[in-house]
Design a protein around this ligand. Structure first.
Ligand code: NCD
Length: 308
């Protein structure tokens, strides 16, 4: 494993499998009455969130606490400093406090990379979502969830549907699933596919109904309206009809296929209640698995190489 986790591309196939296998072991701790291991006692993990988050922030917090690390939550939202300044000043403060790991979410793509390569801090940097770029621990928890149900992901068909353009989840998933040997197809209206998507290690399609029947898993993406300055599709109704996962489409999806969504969901837009709450949905499991996967990441970055 590298010292930082900035991109899903930082993980070799062996690294990725090590994280997933370690998470599988650590998941047993979460099933116990006392959900705690002493592994990271005396280490400090800082959650540095410059952008809104519900599950990712509490998931990292729970993960660090279950490994007995000291956790400092820093929510930088509302800071009046310019981004560059605030990032550097904050980093120097964290370094002075002796942070062993900094988990960072930022609206600017590349902010975690900047932190990791600036020399401002000595600890490990974990990217918890940067702009429209990457969200590697989300991809790891998605792979973990799929692997639990489907077995090894080699040659499994995963469809990622919706607002790929603004989605750091999609990019990290494409990279990680490719590393793990899965076949990924992105499905979106042409306006919501990023420029250069043909260079990504996946296929792309515009028609959801033609790819659904062969899917082993379908991952619905949130339509990120807060990142949309212009209109990317004619109307909500039109989007739901062409790209939403609704009752009509559930019949076309194979019986064994899983339904994933990273959350937060726009119910009624990209996914209906029948799809989100039905038997094939693993959306709530994704959240639970997120804690085990983030425990594995923190353990491997901070404590895994130390004897005892
Ligand atoms: C995602 C994110 O913030 O990148 N959510 C998450 O981390 N669970 C996806 C989203 O916001 O749509």
């Amino acid at each position: 494993m590298k010292r930082h986790l900035l991109s899903a591309a930082d993980l070799s196939r062996d690294d990725a499998l090590l994280v997933l296998d370690t998470a599988e072991e650590l998941a047993r701790v979460s099933d116990r009455a006392v959900k705690k291991l002493p592994t990271l006692r005396g280490r400090t993990v800082v959650n540095l969130f410059f952008e809104d988050s519900t599950r990712t922030r509490i998931s990292f917090e729970a993960a660090a606490k279950r490994l007995s690390a000291d956790v400092i939550n820093f929510s930088a939202k509302g800071s009046s400093l310019s981004k560059g300044e605030s990032l550097k000043d904050t980093a120097l403060t964290l370094e002075a406090m002796g942070a062993d790991a900094v988990v960072v979410r930022h609206s600017a793509s590349g902010a975690p990379h900047r932190l990791a390569t600036s020399g401002w801090i000595g600890g490990s940097v974990v990217n918890a979502g940067d702009g429209t770029h990457e969200h590697p621990t989300q991809a790891l928890l998605d792979a973990f969830t799929m692997r639990r149900h489907l077995g090894p992901l080699t040659d499994r068909r995963v469809i990622i549907v919706g607002d790929v353009l603004h989605s750091r989840v999609a990019r990290s998933n494409v990279l990680l699933l490719h590393t793990l040997g899965a076949e990924v197809t992105l499905v979106a209206p042409p306006t919501l596919l990023p420029v250069g998507v043909e260079t990504w290690p996946c296929a792309a399609a515009y028609d959801l109904d033609s790819v659904l029947p062969k899917a082993d898993a379908v991952m619905m993406l949130r339509v990120q309206r807060e990142r949309m300055g212009a209109a990317y599709f004619p109307s909500v109704r039109e989007y739901s009809r062409r790209y939403g996962l609704h009752a009509g489409r559930l019949g076309v999806l194979p019986e064994h296929a899983l339904i994933l969504h990273p959350g937060p969901m726009n119910r009624g837009l990209e996914i209906t209640a029948e799809a989100a709450d039905g038997a094939r949905s693993v959306i709530v499991e994704q959240v639970a698995n997120g804690v085990s996967v983030r425990m594995a990441v923190l353990y491997l970055l901070l404590g895994g190489s130390e004897p005892g």
